[in-house]
Design a protein around this ligand. Structure first.
Ligand code: C2G
Length: 761
């Protein structure tokens, strides 16, 4: 049985590569691959040539036409197989999809269909995750990031039901599938929740003679909804349909809807018109009393009641209350009154008012429904109640011109650049501003006059609404609104080694909505601090940031250049009871994206053998252990008293830099800052390959560009520490060029420069 695989191609070589690689591994050999290029130059497809040895590929170009529908139609015209299979160039197959469908087709049906699964990941990552999952014998079907990771970064990420009303989880509705009475043909149309847009021709084998005999073609006027009439017409023309339980098609979600939106992510005002047109066009292809028609009508009802109706109230665009409302009302009048009668409650009332095109009544009905939903939400959750107050009360009060809200590491510490900016302001302009600190520790001591609030407390929402200035070193919650006059200073928290946001391909930590979220959040920033030219360039790109960049160096590093830094260090040592006569090593590793317990609660297993270190180095050294602020594990130093000090909860790592003679780190940005002191740095990179190649990807070559050796076990570390002078000599030149590249802007005056620029003082 020969299968013609039709792939419309528009752009994005990387994804097509995944797609073709998956076809090579597909066991079903008797297949031809027809790539139809839409708005792509031939030269852009040269990379396909290398696949021609392994696959029977032909490339065709759309002439004088564009769009998926036209591309698929041309593919059908060119196909010679017994069956036709549509595959999108940004998706891929997994584990013999086609072969499984072919084997499942015992009755030689006209239509054989399998399952689709959604993923955010490229093929190699998907396969690795799937294998890991299989190893763990996990029953869970969906390959998706665990919800535990969704709220990493101490809650800075927020999981939202859907970013865009048009995006939804298309799955078979299990409840309906249980009703065996439903003809299996219509199961293909039964998708959970709202809308008709999830109806798709993907992962279906269509007998080519069936397509030709019935003259089935995609309607080329439709840009977004051409699958709908094609599939409905096909289903209405045959009873010969087989559901195949294996045969999984991997549909790739796009994690960067800003630069590479999928068709469903494109914001196009004409999408709505086309949806209505597609519905009206399609219902004319099937009998009025057919089950298939019933399915389509139900989808229109679901779309109106869940997605459209709330817009009557919420949307700022009047068209949802005017011309679009008339259009959907016209379509709703096509629904059979019998079906409307079976509806209940809100849905019944809403549909009746819609059919009469009674806008006033429709708004009333939706208002009541939304108010009821909100009431239930507010009853359930404290944050929701506070957010409600934020929007409906606090944001309505005037902005306080002299309020500054400071936050460092999500309220976990009094530290980092916000601390130094605050101290500079308080010292030089006492009384000029009301400074509010977001601090979760109740007993945290903070100098100068200030107000302390907890993150997500009632007051947090209040000050977020009323403060004029924001000084944060991380991202603000996604729902924070910017008001006229607000000034947002984003200090950020490190020169990046690990790739960030739009420079990441797949996002393996945090939510896959990460790129979209950061994009939204960074639109609010007015100023962003760059510690060096390198970061300036990376930040511009990875945040897609084009507002003001403050090329000042980090305020948090001012202390490392302070004239009295040795005295400060002595004081800190005394405070911490660290012997003055011993050399101090600071071990400050970062976090691992894939090791966590729960939301923002990351694991850390110490790989250093501290006992051995104590034995070998205990006479001359002490070691300070400092885990990253995401780490939930508590390091146990019992039995190591006087040698190892756990300072993971210590507020300000800059103070620990000052008292340390040597730094050991891994992939944490701490070494960029520590290098300001020109003291030795060792890299304990026991999981380098996994971290660099699987989890993150780095901006610089850690093997040649960092100012110290990469070490892989405790023995190597001890030996380097014993020969520290040799090591310093060896790294002298690299250290110098590293310093010039990353520390040149730091002169101890960054806080002053930032304050001058932001507060116009
Ligand atoms: N940090 C700390 N203790 C550690 C590690 C980090 O106090 N053991 C602080 C340092 O100020 C460091 C900052 O947290 O600069 C960021 O830590 P990273 O390990 O670099 O990791 P991450 O939070 O992922 O930030 O552009 C920088 C990146 O965003 C990295």
């Amino acid at each position: 049985m020969k299968v013609s695989v039709i792939i419309p191609y528009h752009m994005d070589e990387a994804n097509l590569t995944d797609c073709l690689d998956s076809l090579i591994e597909e066991e079903h050999e008797n297949k031809e691959i027809i790539i139809v290029c839409d708005s792509v130059e031939n030269s852009e497809l040269e990379f396909v040539d290398k696949y021609k040895q392994k696959l029977d590929i032909r490339v065709h170009k759309l002439e004088n036409k564009t769009g998926v529908a036209a591309a698929r139609n041309l593919g059908i015209d060119k196909a010679t197989g017994d069956y036709i299979y549509f595959l999108d160039s940004d998706d891929y197959l997994y584990n013999n999809t086609i072969q499984t469908l072919v084997e499942g087709n015992i009755e030689e049906s006209d239509i054989i269909y399998g399952k689709k699964k959604w993923t955010w990941f490229q093929r190699s990552v998907y396969i690795a995750m799937k294998q890991e999952e299989d190893n763990e014998d996990d029953e869970d079907e969906d390959i998706n990031i665990d919800s535990a990771q969704l709220q990493a970064e101490g809650g800075a990420y927020e999981k939202k039901e859907s970013d865009n009303d048009e995006e939804e989880e298309p799955e078979d509705s299990e409840e309906l599938l249980k009703q065996e009475t439903i003809n299996r043909a219509y199961r293909l149309l039964i998708t959970k929740r709202k809308g008709i847009k999830n109806i798709s021709v993907l992962n279906i084998l269509f007998k080519r003679s069936f397509i030709e005999n019935n003259k089935l073609r995609f309607k080329e006027d439709f840009k977004y909804f051409s699958d709908l009439p094609f599939l409905v017409e096909a289903l209405s023309k045959t009873e010969e349909i087989t559901k195949c339980y294996g045969g999984v098609y991997i549909k790739r979600r796009h994690n960067d809807p800003i630069n590479f939106p999928s068709l469903s992510q494109i914001k196009d005002p004409l999408r709505f018109d086309e949806q209505i047109e597609a519905y009206l066009y399609t219902i004319n292809k099937v009998p009025a009393d057919s089950e298939i028609r019933d399915r389509l009508d139900r989808k229109l009802i679901a779309y109106y009641t869940k997605t459209y109706a709330p817009r009557l109230r919420r949307s700022e665009q009047d068209k949802w209350r005017n011309e679009n409302f008339i259009a959907i009302s016209r379509a709703a009048n096509e629904i059979s009154p019998k079906l409307i009668k079976t509806l209940k409650g809100y849905r019944k009332k809403a549909m009746k008012a819609l059919r009469k095109a009674d806008l006033e009544k429709s708004i009333k009905i939706v208002n009541r429904n939304l108010a009821w939903k909100k009431f239930k939400r507010l009853l359930k959750s404290k944050p929701q109640r506070r957010k409600h107050l934020y929007i409906h009360s606090f944001l309505k009060k005037p902005v306080k011109e002299n309020y500054i809200l400071f936050e460092s590491f999500f309220g976990k510490s009094y530290s980092d650049s916000p601390k130094y900016i605050y101290e500079y302001l308080s010292k030089n302009y006492p009384g000029k501003y009301k400074c509010i600190w977001v601090i979760n520790k109740r007993n945290q001591k903070i100098p100068y006059k200030h107000t302390k609030i907890k993150r997500f407390s009632y007051k947090y929402y209040y000050y977020l609404a009323r403060s004029k200035y924001f000084v944060f070193n991380g991202r603000q919650p996604e729902w924070v609104q910017k008001r006229e006059g607000n000034v947002f200073l984003q200090t950020w928290h490190g020169t990046p080694l690990k790739k960030l946001v739009f420079d990441q391909d797949d996002v393996k930590s945090a939510t896959p909505r990460y790129k979209m979220q950061v994009y939204k959040q960074s639109r609010l920033w007015d100023y962003l601090i760059a510690p060096n030219q390198f970061s300036h360039e990376v930040f511009r790109r990875c945040f897609m940031y084009d507002e003001k960049m403050l090329d000042t160096g980090y305020p948090r590093n001012d202390i490392l250049h302070a004239e009295n830094k040795d005295e400060i260090a002595k004081e800190i040592r005394k405070k911490l009871n660290i012997p003055l006569d011993k050399k101090t090593i600071l071990y400050a590793p970062t976090w691992r994206d894939d090791e966590f317990y729960d939301k923002g609660q990351y694991k850390f297993e110490l790989q250093l053998n501290l006992r051995k270190m104590k034995e070998e180095l205990g006479d001359g050294y002490v070691i300070l252990l400092r885990t990253h602020y995401f780490i939930a594990d508590h390091l146990d130093v019992t039995g190591l008293e006087g040698f190892a000090y756990n300072l993971s909860k210590y507020n300000d790592i800059a103070e620990l830099y000052l008292i340390s003679d040597i730094l050991i780190t891994d992939y944490s940005s701490v070494f960029f800052d520590y290098a300001n002191l020109k003291r030795p740095i060792l890299f304990f990179t026991y999981d380098l390959e996994k971290y660099r190649d699987v989890l993150r990807g780095f901006y610089i070559d850690i093997e040649t560009e960092v100012p110290g050796p990469l070490l892989f076990n405790t023995e190597e570390i001890i030996s380097q520490l014993k020969n520290i002078n040799e090591m310093n000599d060896k790294y002298k030149e690299i250290y110098e060029s590293f310093y010039n590249r990353f520390c040149a802007w730091e002169d101890g005056n960054a806080s002053g420069k930032v304050v001058k620029a932001v507060f116009k003082l």
